[in-house]
Design a protein around this ligand. Structure first.
Ligand code: 13P
Length: 256
């Protein structure tokens, strides 16, 4: 049985005062959820990891701290502007989002760069949440599986097979991100199943254990239907993670 996960990707949103306000509104409602069997992760901008982490730490590890990116070089070094896996661990991160489409398209992150980051994240004991997904033109050209297969092949080449279950995948169709256009539950299931089948070619047991999240305009109103699909194990949430709607999405994931 795979434990559901819901991760909030705050992207480049927040300021100290706003973060405090959001956490003050959000955390009590999350904690009040009865029998919550959902791994919950909050991923603020890196400059706020430490301050948000301090608030989360007071909750006894109930809610995890994740980063949105990491340097592909581990250790210390002359990499201006970068943050290492050790630094993420040092401020209390347990998770890290890798290969988000915004990083791939706006910051030219290649499949190889994502794979390099995955290697260092796994070696450091962080749980990577690796994003894959097609652009609208690729879906319209019938290339969804080919694109996801290409992205996934790089990921699987970087992940030792005995560590497959330590990785979380997130299917985020780029056309559904921040657009209000959600993939239908059937569209999501189709790609999630494709991903799991592809992983099963490496290791069938591990494929049954890997969690695959859906991301792209997940809201309280559509979360339940999406999470009800057999290969959808939770969500990676953008806009709705900046409001108390996030709690309803976590509750929806716990209902399965
Ligand atoms: P939205 O939920 O705002 O569409 O963003 C999804 C996303 O990119 C999460 O990583």
């Amino acid at each position: 049985m795979r434990q559901a996960m819901v991760a909030g990707n705050w992207k480049m949103h927040g300021l100290h005062a706003r973060n405090e306000e959001l956490l003050a509104a959000l955390l009590p409602s999350l904690q009040a959820l009865p029998d919550r069997d959902v791994e919950v992760v909050v991923c603020p901008p890196s400059i706020y990891l430490e301050s948000v982490g301090r608030v989360l730490a007071a909750l006894d590890g109930d809610i995890h701290l994740g980063a949105q990116n990491v340097c592909s070089q581990a250790g210390q070094g002359a990499y201006t502007g970068e943050v290492s896996v050790e630094m993420l661990r040092d401020v209390g991160c347990t998770h890290v989002i890798l290969g988000h489409s915004e990083r791939r398209t706006l910051f030219a992150e290649t499949d190889e760069a994502v794979a390099d980051k995955l290697r260092v994240a796994l070696a450091a004991g962080l749980t990577p949440i690796v994003c894959v997904g097609e652009q609208l033109a690729e879906r319209e050209a019938g290339e969804t599986e080919a694109v996801v297969e290409r992205q996934l092949t790089a990921v699987l080449a970087a992940c030792p097979s005995d560590q497959l279950a330590n990785m979380v995948l997130a299917y985020e169709p780029v056309w559904a991100i921040g657009t209000g256009l959600t993939a239908t539950p059937d569209q999501a299931q189709e790609v999630h199943q494709f991903i799991r089948t592809r992983i099963a070619r490496v290791d069938a047991t591990m494929a049954g254990l890997v969690r695959i999240l859906y991301g792209g305009s997940v809201k309280a109103a559509n979360a339940k239907e999406l999470f009800a699909m057999p290969d959808v194990d939770g969500g990676l949430i953008g806009g709705a993670s900046l409001t108390t709607e996030f709690t309803a999405i976590v509750a929806a994931a716990g209902a399965h």
